[in-house]
Write a protein that binds this ligand. Structure first.
Ligand code: NOJ
Ligand code: CA
Length: 556
């Protein structure tokens, strides 16, 4: 017998709803603060359901809201089946879920299976336990090298640098061993060969599915299985995509054993009606993506290529075609995305000269080179309309609907991100895209809450606030709302046809029901083809589409 989602919801009954959904990512601590402590919370999200409804999205994805000491923005989880008391309670979660479902909006939660936090019950138990114990086997503890075990067990580096091993004494352990963490030391990696670990995640997936959660975003989905055979292979630099394009036999990323885990998860998903869905965050070689997006494993996988595709016609066309071919191969649908909580906001990238080294620019607090914020936002809107017209799902990140830019000048004392804190003066980190949203043009924290914001908001946020943009029919928010509503009405079979244009900087495609999309990336204004204009990311000038503009139109 399958378990059915409660009938009181306003959700569609289509089992394939996820294939072409518009999904909006909420970073809960920076979305809306209901009790004025400077931290966004669950009740804050509930209070903004009318806003979410106005976006005409199909689902929200919530980044972690679980108990956490925030060593990595909540991706260090103390308890997978609870809500951080600073963010609310499980009852608040249920209320939010019911409220969203009533409005026809589904909910994804984030599952972080590669590592827990150092404050998870199991890790605390492991630190107190002896080498070789059951408690230590849930993580990866090893003896060190050197005469007295004073050196790490191998040369492996962590994603946040430097070593992937930390001595247990850092957290009070007294047995002289080291533990493995591919991210911060406060994020110890689980041992995924341990049956108790495997079973506990099945319990977590069931826990949230039973509550009515519709889908899961799987953090570092490629990371769980590792080659822990000894002697350890050498990995003195972080293994990138290139090294992992090695047929599933890397040290920590994308090993073939990982799919057995997801096949077991699939059995949980399929117990529900409609089946629960999942999307993998897997930074792997593109030819490996289908393995994660298979209907036997997670079903869908992020395709991150547009995050780094330059805003140019040829590059956009090639990236679109490749992604569509790949999705066809795995019988999944495409997953378009321009931004998320780990990336520099795309409006900023698009307003910056592409030749600028972005990491250095961020370290200079955005002062080493000029940025054209206006054209960045304009190009970003054109890019959004381009990807929203394509077949497949689109994952958007909170604030992009306001055309928000990266905050580049967060003072050092306010920085929270381990990507900076563990790489001082090397990488400014990701806080700049996680600054709490501006809801109003004035007031405490621009309407985020009554007690300030946990990351400082710049003055220019006022001009990008929901309050200001709602009054302007040409603002990014108004265009997102209109485009998403149109998209929900126009979305059709997952087919696409390309049309020739008279300018290499212009792309034109259409969908089966006469829905056309044309983008002028740069250069001369381009004559508008015949048809009924549905929406334009920027106004036409003398009947022409200017550079950095996308238009949707309908042809009989
Ligand atoms: C990917 C998440 O998106 C990122 O924010 C986090 O730092 C790492 N995984 C580690 O969990
Ligand atoms: Ca709060």
């Amino acid at each position: 017998m399958s378990k059915t989602t409660k009938k009181s919801s306003g959700l569609s009954t289509d089992k394939n709803w996820w294939r072409q959904a518009a999904i909006y990512q909420i970073y809960p601590r920076s979305f809306a603060d209901s009790n004025g402590d400077g931290i966004g919370d669950i009740k804050g999200i509930t209070s903004r359901i009318p806003y979410l409804k106005s976006l005409a999205i199909d689902a929200v994805w919530l980044s972690p809201f679980y108990p956490s000491a925030l060593a990595d923005g909540g991706y260090d989880v103390d308890d997978y089946r609870n809500v951080d008391p600073k963010l609310g309670t499980l009852a608040d979660f249920d209320e939010m879920l019911a409220g969203l479902h009533k409005q026809g909006i589904r909910v994804f939660v984030d599952i972080v299976p590669n590592h827990s936090s150092n404050l998870h019950e199991w890790f605390k138990e492991a630190i107190d336990a002896k080498p070789g114990s059951k408690a230590r086997d849930r993580y990866v503890f090893r003896d060190g090298k050197g005469a007295n075990g004073e050196l790490p067990p191998s040369d492996w580096v962590s994603h946040f640098a430097p070593s992937a091993w930390t001595h247990e004494s850092t957290f009070g352990g007294k047995n002289g061993q080291w533990f493995l963490h591919w991210f911060a030391p406060e994020q110890p990696d689980f041992n995924w060969e341990n049956r108790e670990v495997q079973k506990d995640f099945l319990k977590t997936l069931t826990f949230w599915s039973d509550r009515g959660v519709d889908g899961f975003r799987i953090d570092v989905a490629h990371g769980l299985a590792k080659d822990l055979s000894e002697p350890f292979r050498s990995m003195p630099v972080h293994e990138g995509l290139e090294q992992r394009g090695n047929k599933g036999k890397g040290i920590w990323g994308d090993r073939n054993e990982v799919f057995a885990i997801y096949k077991e998860w699939r059995k949980v998903f399929n117990q529900y009606d409609p089946p629960r869905v999942a999307v993998a965050e897997a930074y792997v070689h593109p030819e490996r993506l289908p393995l994660y997006a298979s209907t036997k494993t997670l079903g869908q996988c992020f395709d991150f290529r547009f995050i780094e595709t330059p805003f140019e016609a040829a590059a956009y066309k090639a990236a679109t075609k490749e992604a569509i071919d790949l999705a066809k191969k795995n019988k999944s649908s495409c997953t378009w995305t321009l931004s998320n909580h780990d990336q520099i906001r795309h409006a900023t990238k698009m307003g910056l000269n592409p030749a600028v080294e972005r990491r250095d620019w961020m370290l200079s607090n955005g002062t080493s080179h000029p940025i054209d914020m206006k054209s960045g936002t304009q190009n970003a809107l054109a890019a959004t309309l381009y990807i929203l017209g394509l077949p497949g799902s689109t994952y958007m990140y909170q604030g992009e609907e306001l055309g928000l830019h990266e905050v580049t000048d967060i003072p050092e004392k306010d920085i929270q991100d381990p990507q900076y804190l563990r790489n001082l003066k090397v990488d400014k980190g990701r806080d700049g895209c996680r600054v709490p949203l501006p809801w109003t043009s004035s007031g405490s924290s621009f309407g985020f809450g009554s007690g300030g914001a946990h990351l400082p908001q710049p003055k220019w946020f006022a001009d990008y606030s929901v309050e200001v943009e709602e009054k302007d029919s040409l603002s990014p928010l108004s265009i997102y709302r209109k485009a998403l509503k149109l998209r929900s009405e126009l979305q059709t079979k997952e087919d696409i046809k390309w049309h020739k244009t008279k300018d290499i900087s212009v792309l034109h495609y259409s969908r089966p029901n006469g829905w056309h999309c044309i983008t002028n990336f740069r250069g001369h204004a381009y004559p508008m083809p015949k048809g009924e204009i549905l929406i334009a990311s920027s106004p036409l000038v003398n009947g022409r589409i200017t550079a950095g503009t996308t238009v949707w139109f309908k042809k009989k």
